[in-house]
Design a protein around this ligand. Structure first.
Ligand code: GAR
Length: 286
């Protein structure tokens, strides 16, 4: 159950326990303060139930939330709790839902990008605003043109050692980045600008068959060579190491006798197309 919650929140194990402690401290402090406020207002066991209920609701809606932000900030988790509060306000209808603007980073054929674009074509709150690519000949650029989505062709030095193209992303209002067949390492600048807002799809069951140099056919060849009976896909948050961020979702497929890297790639692509758009939607609308 803890693992599931950690994946839903998209945080490291350390961060998860800090957040857990912040919730615990907030609950205890709110209960403590509520008792004092009740005494100060002269509310006791014999008072009219409605006043006591109103006090509890008020403390929960205001006191608890303010304390949560306070403890969150004190424990270095302001970003997490601020996002948490914004979502709550949106659910209560106090804050209007923002449109989520996605950039897809892809440098291959772009079959995943195509599925994602099709899935969100008329979505009420999720929009694909930019395709980022590092290969002028990549198929994904044609897909972007067919769908009228702006593209950004990037070069390695500026991406890896410069500003990570953050100004262009911010200028387009991008608030979430999806890597779909993008093979360069994501620089710290970009990770810092988009904390827990960059996800990747990997064509194997991480932590196996991941890391530098493990992409596309190479992954499937290694899986077959190792005699695995099963492979699959992993969708995960991106951190500063290749394929090591927290897992969001995995799906598996069987490997039969006679399967080779090509037939496995075909099965894996099927899984990716089936799940990736839905996982993105779930993450951005939860
Ligand atoms: C996908 O299978 C994706 O999992 C893989 O590249 C392929 C891109 O296909 N990514 C990696 O290997 C990352 N390590 P596509 O261009 O048809 O979407």
């Amino acid at each position: 159950m803890f693992k599931r919650l950690q994946e839903k929140w998209g945080v490291s194990t350390r961060q998860f326990w800090i957040i857990f402690i912040a919730f615990g401290l907030t609950g205890t402090t709110t209960a403590f303060i509520t008792r004092y406020v009740a005494a100060w207002l002269g509310l006791g066991p014999d008072s009219f139930w409605l006043w006591k209920l109103l006090l509890r609701i008020g403390m929960l809606l205001i006191g608890y939330q303010v304390l949560l932000l306070g403890y969150g900030a004190l424990l270095g988790q302001w970003a997490f709790f601020w996002k948490y509060e914004q979502k709550l306000l949106q659910k209560l209808g106090i804050l209007s839902k923002n449109t989520q603007k996605l950039a897809i980073f892809a440098s291959g054929a772009g079959s995943n990008a195509a599925k994602i674009i099709a899935h969100f074509k008329n979505h009420p709150t999720i929009q694909i605003v930019l395709i980022v690519c590092n290969k002028p000949e990549a198929g994904v650029l044609k897909i972007a043109a067919e769908n009228g989505i702006p593209t950004l062709l990037i070069e390695k030095d500026r991406f890896a050692k410069g500003d990570g193209y953050c100004p262009e992303l911010l200028e387009k209002g991008v608030n979430f980045v999806v890597l779909a067949g993008f093979l360069w390492k994501i620089p710290q600048t970009l990770i810092a600008a988009y904390p827990n807002q960059i996800i990747n799809i990997h064509p194997a069951l991480l932590p196996k068959y991941g890391g530098k140099g493990m992409y596309g056919a190479k992954v499937h060849e290694a899986v077959i060579a190792a005699g695995e009976k099963e492979s699959g896909i992993t969708i995960h948050y991106v951190n500063e190491h290749y394929d090591e961020g927290a897992t969001i979702f995995q799906a598996t497929c069987s490997i039969h006798q006679g399967d080779d890297a090509d037939s496995l790639a075909h099965k894996i692509h099927g899984l990716e197309h089936q799940h990736f758009p839905l996982v993105i939607e779930r993450l951005l609308t939860k």
